[in-house]
Structure formats: structure tokens, C-alpha cells
Design a protein around this ligand. Structure first.
Ligand SMILES: [Ca+2]
Ligand SMILES: [Ca+2]
Length: 259
């Protein structure tokens, strides 16, 4: 009996693929007789159900695997994009670093030059302490011999460790005016070079603390080219004038301390 059943199970599987249940039953009954048909049919039915279940399970597992595969491919693409971006950023950062290093070298050089100028100015100043005289609470050097334009005068004061006179109030103004020699004109530190009509102190970079324009039409920006401040002598008195920066005038340097 067991041998017959095994033989039938081996020979019958092709029937599982037959299209209709009725045809399958008829073929099976012809193949192994009625007894066999009764015994084998439930087994074949179970096998067919098992096969369908197995296919469904495999489909599901395949679907899950495909979904995982899709996700991995998506993540791989994103990793590639991120890597490309990182490489680009890395190149940008490298260039930025190179620029900053060049700027750093340039700034170090400028600072060294500035330090050297200060040392030179200190040396010059130490060699000529008698140039500066105390007037009020400050020390002034009034250049009475050489004339130069406003820029050169400012530079000369820096060389002496000082700056062009920056008048703060009426008291300082009166004190320095009393020391001048008419009819000489002298450069001071105010200017409206950065913005027409807005006079600032070259020393502080802030608005001029004290102004005493004379006559009243000043500052007149005469011929559209008067941007530097001076003490000028007119109508037998001194007053402030906006003047042509390229004119060669005497000048007044100022400092707070003489060492
Ligand atoms: Ca002006
Ligand atoms: Ca003027």
C-alpha cells in the first residue's frame, strides 16, 4: 500500500498544473482507480495549497527584499551626492584657507612696517624733544619753516609720534591761536574728504569736536575743492577755513605727552 501511494505521489505532481479541478479529478481517477483517488486526492489538494502558500510567501519575501534593495540604492545615491558636495566644500575651504594665509602674511608684513614706523617716529621724536612745547594741557609742534600739503603734513606729524592738531574746545583754540604767527596759514586735522560738508577729526575718525569757521560763509568748499581744515589769517584775525588739500601750508602737530 505504501509503495503504491509513493508511486502515485511521484507520478501525479504534473497533474497539479492542470487547468481545471474537474479535469484533474478525471485524470487522477483514470490513473489510479477509485480507491487510490479517495486516498490521494486530499493529499494532492494539501500539496497544491502548500505550493500556493509557498509561492505567496516567496512573493512577500521577494517584495520585502526588493523594498530593502530600493532603499539601499537610494541611500547609496544620497551618499554619493553627499560625498560630491563634501569634495566641493573641501576644495572651497582649501581655497579659502590659502587666501586667508596670504592675507595673514600680508597683515603681518603691514604690522611689522607699522611697528617700524612707530619706532622710527619715536627715535625721531626722542632726538627732537624740543620741537614740542606745552600749550595748555597738550604739547604742540608748530611748523614755521616748511610748507607742505595736508597729507604730507599729517604724515610728518605721524613721523614725529603725533598727529595734526585736533582742537577740542574754545580754551584750546584760544591757547594755540595766541602762539601763531600772522599771516601764516596752518593745517589742522579736520577734513570732509569722506563726505562733503561733514567735517571729522583725522585723529579720532569722529565728528570734529570744535569748529570756529571764519568768515561766516565758511566752510564754502570753494570751487568744489576745499576738503581740509586750516587756521587762516583774514581780516586781521585767525579763524578756521576749509581749504584745498593740495595747497602748501605750515602745520601744527599735537600730542598728549612728551617723554
Ligand atoms: Ca569740502
Ligand atoms: Ca573755504
Amino acid at each position: 500500500m505504501q509503495i503504491i501511494l509513493v508511486t502515485l505521489l511521484i507520478s501525479v505532481p504534473p497533474l497539479l498544473g492542470v487547468s481545471s479541478t474537474c479535469e484533474k479529478d478525471a485524470q487522477l481517477e483514470n490513473t489510479c482507480g477509485k480507491f487510490c483517488f479517495k486516498v490521494v486526492k486530499p493529499i494532492l489538494g494539501h500539496m497544491a495549497a502548500l505550493q500556493i502558500k509557498t509561492i505567496d510567501q516567496e512573493d512577500k519575501e521577494k517584495s520585502v527584499l526588493q523594498s530593502k534593495l530600493d532603499n539601499i540604492e537610494k541611500e547609496l545615491k544620497q551618499v554619493k551626492v553627499d560625498k560630491d558636495n563634501c569634495q566641493k566644500q573641501s576644495v572651497d575651504l582649501q581655497l579659502k584657507q590659502e587666501y586667508m594665509e596670504k592675507d595673514l602674511v600680508f597683515l603681518h608684513k603691514k604690522i611689522d612696517e607699522h611697528d617700524q614706523k612707530l619706532k622710527d617716529a619715536e627715535q625721531t621724536f626722542k632726538g627732537q624733544p624740543e620741537l614740542f612745547k606745552q600749550i595748555g594741557s597738550k604739547y604742540y609742534y608748530i611748523e614755521e619753516h616748511a610748507t607742505m600739503n595736508w597729507y604730507a603734513a599729517a604724515h610728518r606729524c605721524h613721523q614725529l609720534g603725533a598727529h595734526l592738531a585736533s582742537i577740542q574746545n574754545q580754551k584750546e583754540y584760544d591757547a594755540i591761536i595766541a602762539k601763531l604767527n600772522p599771516p601764516k596759514f596752518y593745517w589742522i586735522d579736520i577734513n570732509d574728504l569722506s563726505e562733503e560738508g561733514k567735517f571729522i577729526s583725522h585723529t579720532t575718525g569722529n565728528g570734529a569736536a570744535f569748529l570756529n569757521w571764519y568768515p561766516k560763509n565758511n566752510p564754502d568748499n570753494y570751487k568744489g575743492n576745499e576738503n581740509c581744515g586750516s587756521f587762516w589769517y583774514i581780516h586781521k584775525r585767525y579763524g578756521m577755513n576749509d581749504d584745498d588739500c593740495s595747497k602748501k601750508l605750515y602745520f601744527i602737530c599735537e600730542t598728549f605727552n612728551v617723554k
